[in-house]
Design a protein around this ligand. Sequence first.
Ligand code: TRP
Length: 329
Amino acid sequence: MKRVLTGIKPTGHSHIGNYFGAIKPAIEFTQNQDNQCFYFIADYHALTTLENKQQMIDYTYDIACTWLACGLDADKVVFYKQSDIPETFELNWILCNVTPKGLMNRAHAYKACVEKNQEAGVDKDFGVNMGLYNYPILMAADIILFDSDIVPVGLDQKQHVEIARDIADYFNRKFGKTLKLPDVYIQPETATLVGLDGRKMSKSYGNTIGLFTTEEQLRKSINRIVTDSRMPGEPKDLNCTLFKLYSLFAGKEKSKLFGQQLQEGLGWGEAKKQLFEVANEYIKPMREKYFYYQNHRDEVDKILADGAAKARAIAQKTIQRVRKSIGVK
Ligand code: TRP
């Protein structure tokens, strides 16, 4: 039995890059009987960037409803909100005391801020709060608390999982073998996900296609996909954004046919219509569930409360073990 754990930060609405890169593969993990999965909403991590209370509320429900709409079965998966697990924050403090400051200086999110400040000629720590600086330690606590074996994340989070492993190891060296060292698992899909402009799909590039928008918005996003200037009748290059996106939504057979049509000169306008059709067909049943949960937030609350109870029962055991190792009763 392997423990698989991952968290999503509620910092915005999910897009199809999040779906194919993280959510869908995470749901697939849950279908393997040998895995015990822990999926949570990292709401306290989002505090480093959120601007107000309403964003916290809306984005948290957005993530919760998204997971449920995408097929997460709360009976099989321990599904919870980070802020409901106080043991996380106790472990966070304990781990702070075995984490060298230099390790945090090298964490990429902090380093990126320092580099930006240096370029701008301002103090290197300008705009950096301790939440951002200690972010990797809180993430280590999330992971270590559940004795996680495998942590599936996108490439951008790889370093954080490696830091968690290092921190667990520092603890074990100082207080004796207590904590499990987690392994990172990189979701292979993330590298190939392209956005509207052909670059990697990312919120920071503004090139995303929202997952649970209205049909009309989905159509509009697809119409914004950048194409080359080849006219209808001219063969198209299959190394294009449109074809890549189509292949995500359609099966092999259908994609092959679509590819043939493009090579035979299908116009971009018509191709976009076809992409919309397959994307919409794929998303529609999930979208209905998503809006169902958004309109029944009390059900979502109940699911998360049940998840938190299951998670805490495990977290409390870990904390007892850790307290014993450090000599706290
Ligand atoms: N830092 C992750 C992100 O930005 C979210 C996260 C928080 C996480 N805690 C975690 C991911 C623990 C995996 C395991 O995407």
